[in-house]
Design a protein around this ligand. Structure first.
Ligand code: DNO
Length: 347
């Protein structure tokens, strides 16, 4: 396994110089952030990002994300053009030595939270989700907390988009996903890239919008749509684990060699469809991080891992979920857990 760390580019307050000082850190997970969603990324930009990482002793082999344009998810008349652009991005990233591309297929919203700074008993703060609060918020006003948006919509743009999705139910979304996969997976195979879809976060539909990358049954259906190794998963424990019906250890055993990238973080379930993000160790939340890492090893996982959202600790401020300190603690914990389980298994 290779331990990696998400980096948001030049504007990220967490610098590459700091990231490289985290023990056993092998590379960054990043993207080109100044090209509009759906457009082709300049090879010069990709190369510059790679060189910057390499100069700091870090590899650049994982992209998160190449965002999927809404027109592809809607399956409208522009979808073809955007799918072609997507294929071109895959080719270009393959030529630059990228091995994994993480993306998601969530309509309109990426990850969603009701609170960005819930104060925890130890004085740190973290992201939290409370379904009742989310549903009481109007997606057309700015009261919603949407830290994961790759693009910010205007009110009119969002209203129009939500209207267009009225005709897209889950089955239609599956069909649009299938068209997309049938076009991109052969290109990914040729380019030496593994595609790794990110599960929906939280893993259920919100505001009447369909979400399909949510549970074991659907992940199985997803993998069968195009049954090649290059059509794989980002196994995000915090996303899938928000639903108590998801048995993460069983899922890892089941999907084993189709998991190319793992986002390992813990969450504490605080009620029905309510959770807060906790520190990474098992005891700090509701997920069995030991069991998860053990299952990854048992299934022969040799892909990339990154710690995921961290709390804000020691007075740090910055990008919600993506500060340095708690993610660095998470990385170190995961590296130790990996070593312990591996040595124990080889005894
Ligand atoms: C949240 C992330 C997601 C993820 C995208 C992948 O922190 O895990 O925003 O990057 O959903 O496309």
């Amino acid at each position: 396994m290779k331990m990696t760390f998400r980096w948001y580019g030049e504007n990220d307050p967490v610098t590459l110089q700091k990231i490289r000082q985290i023990p056993k850190m092998s590379g960054i997970v990043s993207a080109i952030y100044d090209v509009p969603v759906g457009e082709v990324w300049g090879e010069d930009k990709i190369q510059a990002l790679k060189e910057k990482a390499n100069q700091n002793g870090l590899a650049f082999e994982v992209v998160e994300s190449v965002p999927v344009h809404e027109d592809i998810k809607l399956g409208n008349q522009n979808a073809k053009k955007y799918i072609e652009n997507y294929c071109e991005n895959i080719r270009r990233l393959g030529r630059a030595g990228v091995k994994v591309i993480c993306y998601n297929f969530m309509p309109v919203f990426d990850w969603l939270r009701s609170e960005l700074e819930r104060i925890l008993p130890d004085g740190s703060n973290a992201l939290a989700y409370d379904e009742k609060t989310v549903l009481s918020m109007n997606p057309l006003t700015s009261e919603l907390s949407l830290p994961g948006w790759d693009e910010s919509y205007t009110k009119e743009g969002l209203r129009e988009l939500l209207k267009q999705y009225k005709t897209v139910d889950e089955e239609q979304l599956w069909r649009n996903l299938e068209i997309f996969l049938k076009a991109i997976i052969p290109v990914a195979e040729e380019s030496g890239i593994s595609m790794a879809i990110h599960p929906d976060d939280p893993p259920w539909g919100i505001f009447g919008l369909p979400r399909v990358i949510t549970n074991e049954k659907n992940l199985e259906r997803f993998l069968k749509l195009v049954d090649f190794k290059a059509n794989g998963l980002t196994f995000c424990t915090g996303s899938l684990g928000a639903s108590v019906e998801n048995d993460l250890v069983a899922m890892i055993h089941k999907f084993g060699n189709r998991i190319h990238f793992a986002h390992l973080r813990n969450i504490k379930i605080t009620g029905e469809r309510c959770f807060e993000e906790s520190a990474h160790p098992t005891e700090c939340g509701s997920l069995d991080m030991y069991g998860i890492v053990e299952a990854l090893q048992e299934s022969g996982f040799d892909g990339y891992i990154r710690p995921d959202h961290g709390r804000m600790i020691w007075g740090e401020t910055g990008r919600y979920g993506y500060g340095l300190y708690d993610r660095a603690l998470g990385a170190t914990y995961l590296t130790g857990l990996w070593e312990g389980i591996e040595k124990h298994a080889n005894k």
